[in-house]
Design a protein around this ligand. Structure first.
Ligand SMILES: N[C@@H](CCC(=O)N[C@@H](CS)C(=O)NCC(=O)O)C(=O)O
Length: 221
């Protein structure tokens, strides 16, 4: 059995959780918050979430991309979520890396301003906006929407898109009032298609609930 550590406020946690659900790999969830405490660092050497553990093996596995690849390797072969063809599989990975490094990562420096009420630094906000816009325009050139992001089959790239990308939208909209994904109608039709899937609905509902609870707690403080 796999134990998935983290919490549904994390987009990377949700990417892994949705991957486990869509692949059909049984798992249990255990709450873990990112921290630099020694106890957490023993399990997750960077102090980040998500990470997983197998009940029949020592040690933990960090980094959502490595975890997703592991899920594909151990899950039911008939339910392929990464193409067999190495070129097609690499195309999927490149979409996932673009989402992580060119859309999600650039908005991280301004996340505390959006979610923790810290003061936004104008240079950081401008840089985040510019970098995310560049990442989004790169993804616009790469996305196939036929109907899925990498082609005709559902892949982990779709599961990453629907779970990881919304954070850039939420964070930048909270700070600047402008959603960087707003003017991309094809993306919204594609997200609507993915949202017909029960597992996507479950993961998004649990993420929304966690965000609302977190914002309500922040307001009280
Ligand atoms: N590259 C990592 C990113 C994970 C990540 O950034 N997780 C966030 C939560 S969404 C975290 O733990 N942040 C705490 C920190 O940066 O110290 C992955 O794909 O798993």
């Amino acid at each position: 059995m796999i134990t998935l550590y983290g919490f549904p406020l994390s987009n990377y946690y949700n990417k892994v959780k949705l991957s486990l659900l869509e692949k059909g790999v049984p798992f249990v969830e255990e709450l873990a918050r990112p921290s630099q405490d020694a106890a957490l660092l023993e399990k997750s050497p960077t102090g980040k979430i998500p990470f997983i553990k197998r009940s029949d093996a020592e040690g933990y596995l960090i980094e959502s991309q490595a975890i997703v690849e592991y899920i594909e390797a151990i899950g039911p072969k008939e339910n392929r979520l990464l193409p067999e063809d190495p070129w097609e599989a690499a195309q999927c990975r490149s979409i996932m890396f673009l989402i992580d490094f060119s859309i999600d990562s650039p908005c991280r420096p301004v996340l505390p301003a959006a979610l923790l009420g810290q003061k936004a630094v104008p240079e950081q906000v401008a840089s985040a906006e510019q970098s995310v816009a560049r990442g989004v325009s790169g993804l616009r050139r790469l996305a196939k929407f036929k109907p899925y992001i990498a082609g005709s089959e559902l892949t982990y790239a779709d599961l990453a898109a629907i779970t990881v990308m919304p954070v850039a939208s939420v964070v930048l909209k909270m700070i600047t009032g402008k959603d960087p994904l707003e003017d991309w109608p094809e993306l919204h039709s594609y997200f609507a298609l993915l949202r017909q899937r029960p597992h996507v609905q479950r993961v998004e509902a649990e993420a929304t609930q966690a965000l609302q609870a977190f914002l309500a707690m922040q307001k009280k403080q």
